[in-house]
Design a protein around this ligand. Structure first.
Ligand SMILES: *Cc1c(COP(=O)(O)O)cnc(C)c1O
Length: 852
C-alpha cells in the first residue's frame, strides 16, 4: 500500500540512459520520434510486428508519448513530495475525457514533430488520432466539466488530483434505427487504454454491510460485511506547455484471492466460489446502472461509497506520511495534529454523488484515529466543499435511510448525529429558524414508510463552501433552494461560473481558426490567457480578417459535412447555415421546441412558390445527444427528430433549403468536429433550469452565435459578447412561476404557429408513429412534466421571431462574420483556467507548485 502522490513508474529513479537510445522518451527531432514510435511498434507485445496499420500506429505513438509523460509525471511527484504543498482532491463520479493523443501531443507542444515523424512512417497524425476510443466515463456537462478542470489544474501547475471510477463500460453507445434510440454497451477498453498505468501497490479495502461493534469504553467500530479492494489506475493529465503532469486516479473494484473459495470451486460450485469477485465486477461495470429496483439502488450507493472511501483513505494516508516525514523537521513547532489536516488537504465534491466522503472522513477520524466528535467535525467541515449543479427536483439525490443503514450502518449513525446536532444548534441559537427546520434537516422521515437522507442538505451543513456554477444559478441557490441556510451561514455561498479548456475546445479542435487568431493577435498567449481574445475586437470590421475567418469556418464546415455524410448518409450543403443543438436530450433543454420550429419551417417552405423559396436562408439543423435509457419522452424526441429528418431530407423540393440531421452517439470527439463547424447554436432551456451549460461556451469560443434564453451562463456570455451578438428570446427565470400558474389557470393563449406545427405532426406528415403522448406533454394544465411545465408553448412565438432575425442576419455575411469574430473575442471569461484559479484561491486555498 502506498500513497496518492506515489511516483508512477518503478523506473523513476533509474537514469534515462537505461532506456535503449532508440526509445528516448524526450526525443524532439522527428527522426528520433519516428524511431521511438518504431521501437514501440516492434517491442510492444500487443500486435504482430509485421503490421503497421493505423491502429498499431496509434498504440505505438501513444506509448511513445506516454514515455515522455511518465518522465514528467515522476518529476512532478518528486517535486511535490519535496515541497509538500496543500493538495486538492477533486471527487467526481464522472469524467468525460474524450481522446487523449492529440491533447497530449499538443500540450507537450510537439504537434509538428509528431506529425512529421508519422509522415515518415507513412501515416497522418489526424488519421492515427481517430483510432482512439473516447474515454466516456461520464454522462454530459458535469463529467466534461471535471475533465476541463483537470486540464486547467495541470496547466496552472496546481497540486490537484481527480478521483473517479474506472467503469468498464461508460454510459452506453447510442445507435439510431427506425425505432429511434437503441443502447449498446460502450466498450472503450475493448483492446486496452494506452494511457492508464495500473498501480498494483495502491490498494485500499472498502467495506459494505456488516455492523457496528461498541467497545466497553464506548468507542465504535464498523466490522463484518463484504470487504472489497480498491485498485488504483493512474491516467496522466499533462498541463499545457509545462512539465507539471497531474493524475486522474480511477478506482477499480477487486476481490482478493482469499475470497476465492477453492474448496467450493473444486466441488463444482463455480458461481458461489467466486461470488465476491462477481460483486466486485458489478461495481465498476457501468455508469448509472438502472435504479428502479432496490438492488439497483444499492449498487449505485455502493459505487458512490467505493469512490469516497478509497479516495479518503488516500487523503488520510498521505497526511500521515507527511506527518511521519516532517516530524523531525518540525522541531520546536510541536507535533502535527489532525487539526492541521485542512491546511494540507482540500476535498471538492462534484455534485452530491460523492457526499459519502463526509461521513467517511468522520468515521476515519472518529473510529480509526480516535478523535472526539467536535475535533473530527471541525477537521471535516474545514476540508470539504460542495458544488451544486442543478435545481431540478428529480436530480436532488435522496437515499432511503433503510438502504443506507443496511449498506453503511456506521455512516448512518454518523449522519443521524450530524442531523441531531444541527437541530440542536437551531434550537439553541437560531430559534428564528425553527419553523424552517423540517425542510432544512438532513433526515426526512415525513413519510414513515420511506424515510430518506437528503444528500444536498448533508453537503450544505457539512461543507465550508457551497458554490453554484453560473451567476444566475448561484443567485437562485441563495434565494430559493438554500435560502434558509444562507440566513444561517451567509458567507458559505459562492459562485464559480463554469469554464472550458481553450486547448481542447479551440487550439486543438480548430487549428485553422487558432492560427488566424494567433496571427492577428501576434501572440499565441491567448491559449493560456484567454482574455487576450478581446484584442480581436479592433479587427471586427477588417475585411482581410473577414476573408480569413470565413475560409477557416468553411474548412471546418466541410469537415463537418464530410463527417455527417459518413455517419448518417445525409449530404448537407456547406453553404447553408449550420444550426446545431447538441447536449443530453431532456425536456427542460427543449429539443422539442427546436424540432417544432423545424417542422413549422418545413411546412412554410412547402407552401411557398419556388420563387419565394429562393429568398429563404438555407439551413441545416443538426441535433445530437443521448436520452437516458428509461426516459420515455426524451426517447420520443429522438425518434421525432429522426422521423422529421427522413421526410425533409428526401423531399426534392426542399432539399436546397432545409436539412434536419440527427448525429448519432454524441460524445467529446463528435463535439470536436461539430462545434468548429457551427454557425448558430441553440441553448434554449426554460429559464432557471440550466444551471450553467458549458457547450454554450465552446460554441461561442468558436465564433458561433447563440440563440438562447436568459438561462445559466447564457446570461454572462451575452454580457461578454454584447447583446447585438446574441439572439435572445423567451421568458426570464423570475417570470416562470407566474407563467406556470397562468397556464394552470387556463389563461394561456397559444400562438397559431405553435398549433400549426403540432397539428402537422399529428396529421401523420412524418409517419404513423403515435406522437400524441409526446405532444400531450405540451398541453393540459398541471403537474411537473405535464401541462407544458417547460413552457414550450409560451416561448415558441418569441423563439420563432428570434429565428426570423437569425435568417435576416445571415443574409448579410459581413454582419454575420463580425458577430462571429465578436463572439470569439468575448469568450475569454469562459476559460476553465479562470474558473480553476478562482476555486484555488477562494475555496481550496492552494497555490501553484511549478516543477523546475
Ligand atoms: C460540453 C459537453 C456537454 C455539455 O453540453 P451542454 O450543452 O452544456 O449541456 C455534453 N456532452 C459533451 C460530449 C460535451 O462535450
Amino acid at each position: 500500500m502506498t500513497t496518492a502522490t506515489e511516483s508512477n513508474s518503478a523506473a523513476h529513479n533509474s537514469p534515462a540512459t537505461k532506456f535503449p537510445a532508440i526509445a528516448n522518451p524526450t526525443a524532439e527531432k522527428s527522426s528520433d520520434i519516428a524511431s521511438n514510435i518504431n521501437y514501440h511498434a516492434k517491442y510492444s507485445p500487443h500486435f504482430s510486428p509485421l503490421k503497421f496499420e493505423p491502429e498499431q500506429a496509434f498504440y505505438a505513438t501513444a506509448e511513445s508519448i506516454r514515455d515522455c509523460l511518465i518522465q514528467h509525471w515522476n518529476e512532478t511527484y518528486l517535486h511535490f513530495h519535496k515541497v509538500d504543498p496543500k493538495q486538492t482532491y477533486y471527487l467526481s463520479m464522472e469524467y468525460l475525457q474524450g481522446r487523449a493523443l492529440t491533447n497530449a501531443i499538443g500540450n507537450l507542444d510537439i504537434l509538428d514533430a509528431y506529425a512529421d515523424a508519422l509522415n515518415k512512417l507513412g501515416h497522418e497524425l489526424e488519421e492515427i488520432a481517430e483510432q482512439e476510443k473516447d474515454a466516456a466515463l461520464g454522462n454530459g456537462g458535469l463529467g466534461r466539466l471535471a475533465s476541463c478542470f483537470l486540464d486547467s489544474m495541470a496547466t496552472l501547475n496546481l497540486p490537484a488530483w481527480g478521483y473517479g471510477l474506472r467503469y468498464k463500460y461508460g454510459l452506453f453507445k447510442q445507435r439510431i434505427t427506425k425505432e429511434g434510440q437503441g443502447e449498446v454497451a460502450e466498450d472503450w477498453l475493448e483492446k486496452f487504454s494506452p494511457w492508464e498505468v495500473v498501480r498494483h501497490d495502491v490498494v485500499f479495502p472498502v467495506r459494505f454491510f456488516g455492523h457496528v461493534l461498541v467497545s466497553n469504553t464506548g468507542s465504535r467500530k464498523w466490522v463484518g460485511g463484504e470487504v472489497l479492494q480498491a485498485l488504483a489506475y493512474n491516467v496522466p493529465i499533462p498541463g499545457y506547455k509545462t512539465k507539471n503532469t497531474n493524475s486522474l486516479r480511477l478506482w477499480e473494484a477487486k476481490a482478493s484471492a482469499d475470497d476465492f473459495n477453492l474448496f467450493q470451486f473444486n466441488d463444482g460450485k463455480y458461481e458461489s466460489a467466486a461470488e465476491l469477485h462477481s460483486k466486485a465486477q458489478q461495481i465498476c461495470a457501468v455508469l448509472y446502472p438502472g435504479d428502479a429496483t432496490e438492488d439497483g439502488k444499492i449498487l449505485r450507493l455502493k459505487q458512490q461509497f467505493f469512490l469516497c472511501s478509497a479516495s479518503l483513505q488516500v487523503c488520510c494516508q498521505t497526511y500521515m506520511d507527511i506527518i511521519a516525514r516532517f516530524k523531525e523537521r518540525r522541531e520546536g513547532k510541536g507535533p502535527w495534529k489532525w487539526s492541521e489536516f485542512p491546511s494540507k488537504v482540500a476535498v471538492q465534491l462534484n455534485d452530491t454523488h460523492p457526499t459519502l466522503a463526509i461521513p467517511e472522513l468522520m468515521r476515519l477520524l472518529l473510529d480509526d484515529e480516535g478523535l472526539g466528535w467536535d475535533e473530527a467535525w471541525d477537521v471535516t467541515t474545514r476540508t470539504i466543499a460542495y458544488t451544486n449543479h442543478t435545481v431540478l427536483p428529480e436530480a436532488l439525490e435522496k437515499w432511503s435511510q433503510i438502504v443506507m443503514r443496511k449498506l453503511l450502518p456506521r455512516h448512518m449513525e454518523i449522519i443521524e448525529e450530524i442531523d441531531k446536532r444541527f437541530m440542536a444548534m437551531i434550537h439553541s441559537s437560531r430559534t428564528d429558524m425553527e419553523s424552517r427546520l423540517s425542510s432544512m434537516r438532513i433526515l426526512d422521515s415525513s413519510n414513515p414508510q420511506k424515510p430518506v437522507v437528503r444528500m444536498a442538505n448533508l453537503c450544505v451543513v457539512s461543507s465550508h463552501t457551497v458554490n453554484g456554477v453560473a451567476q444566475l444559478h448561484s443567485d437562485i441557490l441563495k434565494s430559493e433552494l438554500f435560502a434558509d441556510y444562507v440566513s444561517i451561514w451567509p458567507a458559505k455561498f459562492q459562485n464559480k461560473t463554469n469554464g472550458i479548456t481553450p486547448r481542447r475546445w479551440l487550439r486543438f479542435c480548430s487549428p485553422e481558426l487558432s492560427n488566424i487568431i494567433t496571427k492577428w493577435l501576434k501572440t499565441d498567449g491567448w491559449v493560456t490567457k484567454l482574455d487576450l481574445l478581446t484584442g480581436l475586437r479592433e479587427f471586427a470590421d477588417n475585411e482581410d480578417l473577414h476573408a480569413e475567418w470565413a475560409s477557416a469556418k468553411m474548412a471546418n464546415k466541410r469537415r463537418l459535412a464530410q463527417y455527417v455524410l459518413q455517419v448518417t448518409g445525409v449530404s448537407i450543403d456547406p453553404n447553408s447555415l449550420f444550426d446545431i443543438q447538441v447536449k443530453r436530450i431532456h425536456e427542460y433543454k427543449r429539443q422539442l421546441m427546436n424540432i417544432l420550429g423545424a417542422v413549422y419551417r418545413y411546412k412554410k417552405l412547402k407552401e411557398m412558390s419556388p420563387e419565394e423559396r429562393k429568398k429563404a436562408t438555407p439551413r441545416t439543423i443538426m441535433f445530437g445527444g443521448k436520452a437516458f435509457a428509461t426516459y420515455t419522452n426524451a426517447k420520443r424526441i429522438v425518434k421525432l427528430v429522426n422521423d422529421v429528418g427522413a421526410v425533409v431530407n428526401n423531399d426534392p423540393e426542399i432539399s436546397n433549403y432545409l436539412k434536419v440531421v440527427f448525429v448519432p452517439n454524441y460524445n467529446v470527439s463528435v463535439a470536436e468536429v461539430l462545434i468548429p463547424g457551427s454557425e448558430l447554436s441553440q441553448h434554449i432551456s426554460t429559464a432557471g433550469m440550466e444551471a450553467s451549460g458549458t457547450s454554450n461556451m465552446k460554441f461561442s469560443l468558436n465564433g458561433c452565435i447563440i440563440i438562447g434564453t436568459l438561462d445559466g451562463a447564457n446570461v454572462e456570455i451575452r454580457e461578454e459578447v454584447g447583446e447585438e451578438n446574441f439572439f435572445l428570446f423567451g421568458a426570464t427565470a423570475d417570470e416562470v412561476p407566474r407563467l406556470r400558474k397562468e397556464r394552470e389557470d387556463g389563461l394561456f393563449k397559444p400562438d397559431p404557429r405553435f398549433e400549426e406545427a403540432k397539428q402537422f405532426i399529428r396529421s401523420g406528415a412524418f409517419g404513423s408513429y403515435d406522437y400524441n403522448p409526446l405532444l400531450e406533454s405540451l398541453e393540459g394544465n398541471s403537474g411537473y412534466g405535464r401541462g407544458d411545465y417547460f413552457l414550450v408553448g409560451y416561448d415558441f412565438p418569441s423563439y420563432m421571431d428570434a429565428q426570423d432575425r437569425v435568417d435576416e442576419a445571415y443574409k448579410d455575411q459581413r454582419r454575420w462574420l463580425k458577430m462571429s469574430i465578436l463572439s470569439t473575442a468575448g469568450s475569454g471569461k469562459f476559460s476553465s483556467d479562470r474558473t480553476i484559479a478562482q476555486y484555488a484561491k477562494e475555496i481550496w486555498k492552494i497555490e501553484e507548485c511549478i516543477v523546475p
